[in-house]
Design a protein around this ligand. Structure first.
Ligand SMILES: CC(C)(COP(=O)(O)OP(=O)(O)OC[C@H]1O[C@@H](n2cnc3c(N)ncnc32)[C@H](O)[C@@H]1OP(=O)(O)O)[C@@H](O)C(=O)NCCC(=O)NCCS
Length: 189
């Protein structure tokens, strides 16, 4: 079996959102999200240092195992971030998922569906795994409504798997949020 790789893509278009590959020029936007006390409460800490953020993104650009996206609207207005990483056989992990306060409430479901559509249709993954902090109840409930199953836990977080069947069921159930799947503009590495 050939190894499935997480490839970067320039633009992935959905129904009303775009996932655009992160570049160094996004450092200030990402830092503003990652240092927002409310938004970053359940995420790993990053230091409030633009230079470090720029260095992190530069090293991301040279890694061929991750895809990090700015979630934008069709006018190029940045709304958040999402990142795919840790490919394990047919399963991929995603996280660094943040949306600005006040974005349209369908953005969470559409962006999650876009991640699954890209991972399954474009890259060839079949299922997903991720970790969510136990006190991030809103987010683990989101994933459980998508069919995620808890597989492990430690003091601070739950580990989840989302099976191929669960993804298919959710993609169909929420088809109105992403009726035509995704359109990938250009694969990078
Ligand atoms: C993670 C994050 C992007 C999710 O976005 P969100 O908008 O909070 O997601 P929600 O669960 O509130 O879902 C958005 C809407 O879709 C609805 N929804 C979610 N799942 C649904 C489902 N399966 N079926 C129907 N409706 C659903 C919600 O009820 C909500 O609607 P409302 O706004 O009318 O109440 C956001 O919470 C965030 O930025 N959090 C901070 C960072 C973080 O903790 N990230 C996760 C760790 S990786």
């Amino acid at each position: 079996m050939s190894t499935i790789k997480i490839r970067k893509a320039d633009f992935i278009k959905g129904k009303s959102l775009v996932l655009r590959n992160v570049v160094v020029a996004d450092a200030a936007f990402i830092l503003s999200l990652r240092t927002d006390p409310k938004k970053s409460r359940h995420l790993s800490q990053v230091s409030d240092d633009l230079g470090e953020q720029v260095a992190w993104i530069s090293s991301y650009e040279n890694r061929d195992t991750e895809a990090y996206f700015i979630i934008e609207d069709f006018h190029g207005v940045p709304l958040g971030t999402v990142r795919m990483y840790d490919a394990r056989g047919e399963s991929f992990c995603w996280g660094s998922w943040i949306l600005l306060e006040g974005v349209v409430s369908s953005a969470a479901i559409e962006s999650a569906l876009m991640v699954y559509a890209y991972a399954l249709e474009s890259l060839g993954f079949r299922c997903a795994h991720f970790q969510v902090r136990k006190d991030n109840e809103r987010v683990w409930k989101f994933h459980e409504r998508f069919g995620a199953e808890r597989t492990a836990e430690n003091e601070v977080e739950y580990e989840y798997n989302l099976s191929n069947m669960a993804i298919e069921v959710s993609v169909n159930r929420y088809r109105r949020y992403l009726p035509y799947g995704v359109h990938v503009e250009e694969f990078l590495k």
